[in-house]
Write a protein that binds this ligand. Structure first.
Ligand code: CP
Ligand code: NVA
Length: 306
């Protein structure tokens, strides 16, 4: 049994297989096909943080594939509060076929996965966001037809979204550049894990956004203050001054460059409205791809072949 906690745990060939499955499921749905591949299966979702895309895309995925989902809102009673994580994980495993967790602390998901006897999927933690990264890769491949040699520049915080994206880019043969102010690059823990998977390599970190986007095929950004960091928001707004992805920055990239954002977006902060809603933006196709990517993750983890 495998969990889906980090992109780094999956080989390039496994990830390519999941992506192929996602592409097929998306094409089938476009033809009106909703094969009941998950009939009788139940997905449990336990979220300590708010969500629009992750929750709805997983629940819609289960419904379209003939299964069902149960959402446990843990925004007030965090996982482990009423009973221990090992007890909760082992109990829930009696009822559901797979679980999606969204937590503050990444170690909560890891502990849950250690005790669960069904696959656990990381629906975002303070460390990473692997489901998002897979949908991002699907979106990039749809836009460009290929992935190898593409350059993805992430302008903003070296956060959960950026970390999973950096690993996914490397696994798929893309170049990844982080444009972040000093002090907001990737943490040492991430570098250690990255070096473990890709010996002798580290993602490029550039502090000048203009230089970082000069060869970008894709420009990506995310909020400056992630969920759980609200107390730092003023300091972050100051630190990220000059890092907004606006029309001036987009003009410094090749004209074919596309804009991505995991959403939710704060127009006027990390991105201008003109870029978010402009002709280079793929943000809603990207959001839509969450469901196709996650259907593929579910089928792959449950060993269901199509
Ligand atoms: N991108 C993303 O994960 O969105 P939600 O927080 O709405 O799930
Ligand atoms: N970095 C953001 C992503 C939200 C999908 C956060 O963690 O709040």
């Amino acid at each position: 049994m495998r969990h889906f906690l980090h992109i780094i745990d999956f080989t390039s060939s496994e990830l390519k297989g999941i992506l192929k499955l996602a592409t097929k499921l998306k094409a089938d749905l476009a033809k009106g096909l909703r094969p009941p591949l998950l009939a009788g299966r139940v997905l449990g979702l336990i979220f300590e943080k708010p969500s629009l895309r992750t929750r709805v895309s997983f629940e819609a995925a289960m419904a379209q594939l003939g299964g069902t989902s149960i959402f446990l809102d843990s925004t007030e009673n965090h996982i482990g509060a009423r009973e221990s994580i090992p007890d909760q994980a082992r109990t829930l495993s009696q009822f559901v076929d797979a679980l999606v967790l969204r937590t503050y602390a990444h170690k909560t998901i890891e502990e849950f996965a250690e005790f669960a006897t069904v696959p656990v999927i990381n629906g975002l933690s303070d460390y990473n966001h692997p489901c998002q990264a897979l949908a991002d890769v699907l979106t990039i491949r749809e836009a460009f037809g290929d992935l190898k040699g593409m350059t993805v520049t992430f302008v903003g915080d070296g956060n959960n979204v950026a970390r999973s994206l950096a690993v996914a880019c490397t696994r798929f043969g893309m170049n990844f550049i982080l444009a972040a102010p000093k002090g907001y690059g990737f943490p040492e823990e991430f570098h250690t894990n990255y070096r473990g998977a890709f010996p002798g390599k580290l993602p490029t970190h550039i502090t000048d956004p203009s230089e970082a986007v000069s060869a970008a095929d894709v420009i990506y950004t995310d909020v400056w203050t992630s969920m759980g960091q609200e107390a730092e928001s003023k300091a972050r707004a100051l630190a990220f001054h000059g890092f907004q992805v606006d029309e001036t920055l987009m003009a410094k990239a090749p004209s074919h460059a596309k804009f991505l954002h995991c959403l939710p977006a704060h127009r006027g902060e990390e991105v201008s409205a003109g870029v978010a809603d402009g002709p280079q933006s793929l943000i809603f196709a990207q959001a839509g791809n969450r469901m196709h990517a996650q259907k593929a993750i579910l089928l792959w983890l449950l060993g269901i072949k199509i």
